[in-house]
Write a protein that binds this ligand. Structure first.
Ligand code: URA
Length: 222
């Protein structure tokens, strides 16, 4: 029986990560070990100007994983994902959707803040394709360790990392897709994109974010 359990655990660990493109050299070890190793990540130049690596946070056995784009200024300073203005919007939306934020695993596609200094402010810049590719092994490792039943991609960067470059958020938002035999995923608005919108689009997109998160809450109850 113990041999069977060990073989099953090996099969899960050996399974390819449910990402659109293959990832070589997926780091192994526990989530805590991955988090420690990611602190010293030099796979792309973003570490040079960032304060620290912002690795995923949440229970290692979470049933739901939320994947954002990249940390913002406040996340960079605090070292945790979604603690700034976008995080506040997200946490309010999660509460309205009936999901307990403390039971979710929150992470990002790219683990370092990218910015351009302008006087005293640090203007957010989007990580490019090479930086996203360089960071993919960390996301792959998180998906393989946590093995969530449900994944919610927040925004196009995370959605395309999961579903491929042809994915269009405006056309396919809120629809479940199988990532592999045990994982379902959907994509929805990124909270930062909602913050940049004006009313009435902003209110509509926020309502759609809550409705999509509620779809995840519904699935968990089944
Ligand atoms: N936006 C993201 O995508 N992730 C964060 O952690 C914060 C803002």
């Amino acid at each position: 029986m113990r041999d069977y359990a060990a073989a099953m655990a090996r099969r899960v660990a050996d399974a390819p990560p449910p990402l659109a493109k293959p990832v070589d050299e997926i780091p192994d070890g526990s989530l805590a070990a991955l988090r420690r190793r990611a602190r010293g990540c030099r796979r792309c130049p973003l570490w040079r100007d960032a304060t620290q690596t912002v690795f995923g946070a949440g229970p290692g056995d979470a049933q739901v994983m939320l994947i954002g784009e990249q940390p913002g200024s406040q996340e960079d300073l605090e070292g945790r994902p979604f603690v700034g203005p976008a995080g506040r919007l997200l946490r309010d939306a999660l509460a309205e959707a009936g999901l307990d934020a403390d039971r979710l695993y929150l992470t990002n596609t790219v683990k370092h803040f990218k910015f351009e200094p302008r006087g005293k402010v640090r203007l957010h810049r989007r990580a490019n394709a090479a930086e996203q590719t360089a960071c993919r092994p960390w996301l792959a490792a998180e998906l393989l360790r946590v093995r969530p039943a449900l994944v919610v991609a927040l925004g196009a960067m995370a959605a395309q990392t999961l579903f491929g470059h042809a994915f269009r958020l405006t056309a396919e938002r809120g629809r479940w897709r199988a990532l592999d035999a045990r994982t379902q995923a959907l994509a929805t608005w990124h909270p930062s994109a909602i913050l940049r919108m004006r009313a009435p689009q902003r209110d509509e997109a926020r309502a759609q974010l809550v409705a999509d998160l509620a779809r995840a809450a519904d699935r968990l109850r089944r």
